[in-house]
Design a protein around this ligand. Structure first.
Ligand code: IVH
Length: 680
């Protein structure tokens, strides 16, 4: 053997050894949670491996830990069909509901069942495929039937082993789990994004989803994503009698399984687990929104089966909305786009349900008086529907001495006009139509996704445009020039052209969007859509009498009166003409005949959906012929219940209105095939 050959053999041996060592340390760190070496020592191993691979490129293999960020950037996330559907879970919110589920389970199988209790981690569900023990593919849950391929991005997650640590790897193993971003990493990421002037993520879940859906895997690699595996989707060449055995196998094979997983023999033990973790939810560095209980015996799971959306052998116990205490630094008021003046509390920042709260609305004067919230008070806060910051009430025993009831200011915080509160009204209003705060909010509303949908136009930009006197009303937006925009702070060539393009694109929009954008009191999207179906233009609307407006379904005297009054005002007429002049044109409305799989149905959406935004869900439902309403009544055909549903869900239950989850909704839209097959 020549010296060169000898060196090569030695390099090959060391490369293999290093890979094995690194995989072992990954395993100790991510799965066993007991690292044996320091981060620096670990980095040294990776560095040595990288160097050897540089000297001997022929030794590089796709499963080398140095190749985690090496996959070619995926141009698009290709849809993949799951080998067996990734189902959703039914929810329980109370002990009684949990026990009732257990009774149903045991009644159906006629036997006692054992249970496995797990944490419900709030992240992104994924399926990882190993062929012959080697990592091959990863996909998101998607709609449960179809997901998106994310192989290169998931490979960058160090907790994902590239090879299973088993002597005889199975022919095929599809593992399911939740990818998440630890809370601390989430906070760090947001700080970093904010310091670069970029949009921050609302919570760790969104951050995890956003990090996974990167075109460039090196961006994903820079986000310290983690993974907990909680089940097997498909397995060829493996057999288990119990879910707990499958989890043990996964852990031995090197896949991270949450150590908080427990076996229980009775539902009261299960409930004890749920209660305990409700208390301990902040003792772990990731967000959990509940616990998941599963029947342990696979034989029983099979007997129980599944509905089209969820297995009968598993249940999610959802924690109630989290409540925290903090102090009220100040109470301030803000003038909105309709002139309504809303009081809000400036809080000592506090983390609640995955977000840091610094403000909470206090609704109106009477509400503050009723709850008696004062500056300096310690208050209980939560996020309504886990989203909107809300003050539950003060903690009277912790009120500082001398704290006085808060008094509503007499003047507008923006333009100093004297505020008015009409007889019988709950709100104070700023009567000044040229109030800067009202104008800014109006412009923001005009450009928002629910109205004219002008991208790249946020508060800061609008405020700068107003300050310079370039924009007073929405029509002015369309006359902005590149020269002007390039003078705005932070506006480079690219941002100027982006914004100009976005504004140009928003010259043609459906009439209803323009109507919503005009900010007429009581005219929301539902009324605007109904009106736009009956009238072809703003001019036509302006010629209509109140009675004619009221002939439109869903338009009552309040809406018709308000719109009519607005349209008659000289300054409104001027604005309409000005919009015409700058080239804003409404797209002709197709007269919609209710057609499609949901024709004639009225539905309500509540809570967050996994596969689309609420706006998209609304649009799809309407496309399918449904009417989307914002309130639940006996006339509602069904309510689509997403993550963390709000009071609409309770109301649906109280009225006995059908509730369905996202995958059933997708099925009714005709988007996915309905197959009921249990996960296995
Ligand atoms: S089991 C058929 N176990 O919750 C059972 N899901 O609402 C399907 N999740 O899409 C899921 N932690 O994203 C299961 N320990 C856990 C979980 C868990 C989080 C998520 C998962 C799933 C959703 C179902």
């Amino acid at each position: 053997m020549t010296e060169q050959e000898r060196r090569k053999v030695e390099a090959k041996r060391r490369v293999e050894e290093l890979r094995h060592l690194i995989a072992t340390h990954d395993y100790r760190y991510y799965v066993l949670d007991s690292p044996e070496i320091s981060d620096a020592e670990y980095d040294e191993l990776v560095r040595e491996l990288r160097q050897l691979e540089e000297e001997h490129p022929e030794l590089i293999t796709p499963d080398s830990p140095t190749q985690r960020v090496g996959g070619k950037p995926s141009a698009l996330f290709v849809p993949v069909r799951h080998a067996s559907p990734m189902l959703s879970l039914d929810n329980a919110f109370t002990r009684a509901e949990l026990l009732a589920w257990g009774e149903r389970v045991e009644r159906q199988v006629g036997r006692r069942a054992d249970f496995v209790s797990e944490l419900k981690v709030d992240g992104v569900a994924v399926a990882l495929t190993y062929e012959g023990g080697v990592y091959r593919r990863a996909a998101t849950r998607g709609d449960g039937f179809w997901g998106e391929e994310l192989t290169a991005n998931v490979r960058t997650i160090r907790a994902v082993p590239m090879r299973l640590r088993v002597p005889k790897p199975p022919e095929l193993l599809e593992v399911r789990g939740e990818v998440y971003l630890p809370v601390k990493a989430f906070e760090r990421l947001n700080q970093e994004l904010a310091s670069r002037g970029q949009r921050v993520f609302a919570n760790p879940r969104n951050a995890a989803a956003g990090s996974l859906r990167q075109k460039d895997p090196s961006v994903t690699a820079a986000r310290p994503l983690r993974l907990w595996c909680y089940g097997i989707g498909v397995a060829k060449g493996l057999r288990f009698g119990r879910h707990s055995e499958a989890l043990d196998y996964l852990r031995e094979a090197g896949l991270p399984v949450n150590p908080a997983t427990e076996k229980h023999r009775t539902l009261s033990e299960v409930y004890g687990y749920c209660e305990r973790w409700q208390r301990l939810r902040h003792s772990v560095d990731y967000e959990i929104d509940g616990a998941v209980v599963k029947v342990d015996q696979f034989g029983l799971q099979e007997e129980l089966g599944a509905t089209s959306r969820a297995p009968r052998w598993a249940l999610a116990y959802k924690f109630p909305p989290e409540e925290r205490t903090t102090t009220v630094r100040r109470i301030e008021v803000h003038t909105g786009r309709t002139g309504r003046v809303t009081p809000f509390a400036v809080l000592e920042p506090v983390r609640v349900s995955g977000a840091t709260l610094t403000y909470a609305t206090l609704h109106n004067e009477d509400e503050i008086r009723r709850r008696d919230v004062r500056e300096g008070d310690t208050v209980i806060v939560r996020r309504a529907g886990e989203v909107i910051p809300e003050i539950v009430g003060p903690v009277p025993s912790r009120r500082p001495q001398g704290a006085r009831p808060w008094v509503f200011p007499h003047r507008c915080p923006s333009c100093k006009a004297r505020l008015v509160r009409e007889e019988g009204a709950a709100d104070w209003r700023c009567p000044n139509r040229r109030c800067p705060s009202q104008s800014l909010e109006w412009l923001y509303h005009f450009a928002s996704r629910g109205a004219m949908d002008i991208e790249h136009l946020g508060y800061v930009t609008l405020a700068s445009l107003m300050e310079r006197g370039w924009v007073e009303d929405p029509a002015d937006l369309y006359s902005l020039t590149g020269k002007q925009l390039s003078q705005l702070p932070g506006f480079k060539e690219k941002s100027v052209s982006n914004l100009l393009e976005a504004i140009a694109a928003a010259r043609q929009r459906p009439l209803w969007r323009l109507l919503v954008g005009l900010n007429v009191r009581h005219v929301g999207p539902t009324a605007a859509k109904a009106l736009a179906e009956a009238f072809a233009s703003l001019e036509e609307l302006a010629d209509a009498s109140v009675e004619e407006l009221m002939e439109v379904g869903g338009v009552g005297p309040e809406i018709a009166g308000s719109l009519h009054q607005w349209l008659q005002r000289p300054e409104s007429r001027k604005l309409i003409q000005k919009l015409r002049r700058v080239g804003v044109e409404v797209e002709p409305e197709r007269r919609k005949v209710a057609r499609g799989p949901l024709a004639g149905k009225t539905l309500v959406l509540t809570g967050g959906l996994d596969t689309m935004t609420r706006e998209e869900a609304s649009a799809e439902a309407e496309e399918a012929g449904a009417r989307v309403s914002s309130t639940v009544s006996r006339e509602t055909d069904f309510v689509v219940v997403g993550r963390e549903p709000g009071s609409k869900y309770d109301r649906a239950r109280a009225l006995g209105v059908e509730t369905i989850d996202e995958s059933e909704f997708l099925r009714r839209l005709g988007r996915a095939q309905a197959e009921a097959r249990p996960e296995r």
